[in-house]
Design a binder for this molecule. Structure first.
Ligand SMILES: NCc1[nH]cc(CCC(=O)O)c1CC(=O)O
Length: 373
């Protein structure tokens, strides 16, 4: 794995692509680790000619959402001629009854799967990007962020009510400070209560009458194909998503060059750049994944200036009475994979720049206040 010489940002080296994935076949003689060539279509032959034909084991949690995600990644890998096998394991995130929203639970969804890789029970870990801690892992690297799906959050209630149709003082289930604070900002009367368990468990608690409504990521609802679930999408000006929401993160062992190269083929440079900008901002605020911090990067294009990355970010007080919001844009070259100049560098710079603006406006005090309650 190429290490990011001279890199200053803790999460950057995670996505450094060894340039071998894009070098011409004549350069690949130096890559002695590569095994027999896999059959590849003419259009992708130059990308895949050094990919091993051996099977990759995808470690996943057993929840329906995690299984969908693992199967999705399996299909992406198969599309690139990689043989895969899914290895489900039980995660404390699915069975642990401690509150979702607390420092203790950072990484609760990802640790079990990461351990599977370290113990050689699997080669590929599939996570929801928003559940993956931003801290660089000593032995694992982020090899891919596939094409991102819908990023919004939804209000889910038995009657499919919109936010302004909810009764005064309605009980809303969410374990996310980000969701709670943004809800409180527009509806201070709401009674926000913690909720635990996976998507199915939460829906059951709502239909049992414990909550008037719950908030769920649209991506999760769609992945679970719950098309009949009464839901109202919350607009971004009210509910900005968590950094990484709607995206997947695929990790491999740092020393597993062959797996890295196969998995990197499934990555979408635009999704990677956007989520990297969001996560760099999150890391720079030291918010963990649980503070009331929201961020969304999008790629835009216009005739005059070409591609650009637009990033918007929010930090709130826990009660939603205070909100800081910043927005910034940079030109981005998604074809440039050079870690020192390319899209990865540009995205991280933007995330860092906006985090500085938030800090200047007092973001750290807001985050700290939330923690100490
Ligand atoms: N923390 C749980 C979790 N992790 C990823 C998703 C959904 C998919 C996504 O947001 O990318 C969910 C459920 C939810 O937030 O409603």
């Amino acid at each position: 794995m190429v290490e990011g010489a001279g890199f200053r940002f803790c999460i950057l080296p995670e996505i450094l692509q060894p340039r071998q994935t894009h070098v011409s076949s004549s350069d690949q003689s130096s890559n002695s680790a590569s095994a027999a060539s896999s059959p590849a279509s003419p259009s992708t032959a130059s990308l895949e000619s050094d990919v091993s034909a051996s099977s990759l084991r995808i470690a996943t949690r057993e929840s329906p959402l995690a299984m969908w995600q693992a199967e999705h990644v399996a299909a992406l890998l198969s599309g690139h001629g990689t043989q895969v096998e899914i290895v489900p394991m039980v995660s404390s995130g699915d069975i642990d009854m401690s509150p979702i929203d607390g420092r203790r639970s950072v990484g609760v969804f990802t640790k079990r799967i990461q351990r599977a890789l370290l113990q050689d029970e699997g080669d590929v870990a599939v996570h929801s990007m928003k559940d993956l801690p931003t801290e660089k892992h000593a032995e694992l690297v982020l090899a891919s962020c596939p094409d991102r799906e819908i990023v919004t959050d939804c209000l889910v209630s038995p009657a499919g009510l919109s936010l302004d149709q909810l009764r005064q003082g309605a009980v809303i289930g969410t374990g996310s400070r980000r969701r709670a604070a943004q809800l409180k900002r527009v509806r201070p009367d709401l009674d926000i209560q913690p909720i635990r368990g996976n998507v199915q468990t939460r829906l059951k608690k709502m239909s049992d009458g414990q909550y008037d409504a719950i908030i769920l990521a649209a991506a999760g609802i769609e992945r679970l194909e719950m098309h009949d679930l009464p839901r109202v999408e919350l607009p971004l000006d009210i509910m900005l998503p968590a950094p990484g929401q709607g995206a997947l993160a695929i990790e491999v062992r740092r020393d597993d060059q062959a797996a890295f190269q196969q998995v990197a083929l499934t990555s979408d440079p635009a999704s990677m750049a956007c989520t990297l900008a969001e996560r760099t901002l999150l890391a720079a605020l030291h918010g963990g994944c649980l503070a009331p911090i929201a961020a969304l990067g999008t790629i835009e294009t216009d005739e005059a200036s070409g591609w650009s990355l637009n990033l918007i970010a929010r930090v709130l007080s826990t009660d939603g009475t205070q909100q800081l919001e910043v927005q910034g844009k940079c030109e981005i070259d998604l074809d440039d994979r050079d870690p020192a100049t390319g899209s990865v560098h540009q995205a991280a710079q933007l995330g860092l720049q906006l985090s500085q603006q938030l800090i200047e406006q007092g973001a750290k005090e807001l985050i700290h206040d939330g923690r100490s309650e």
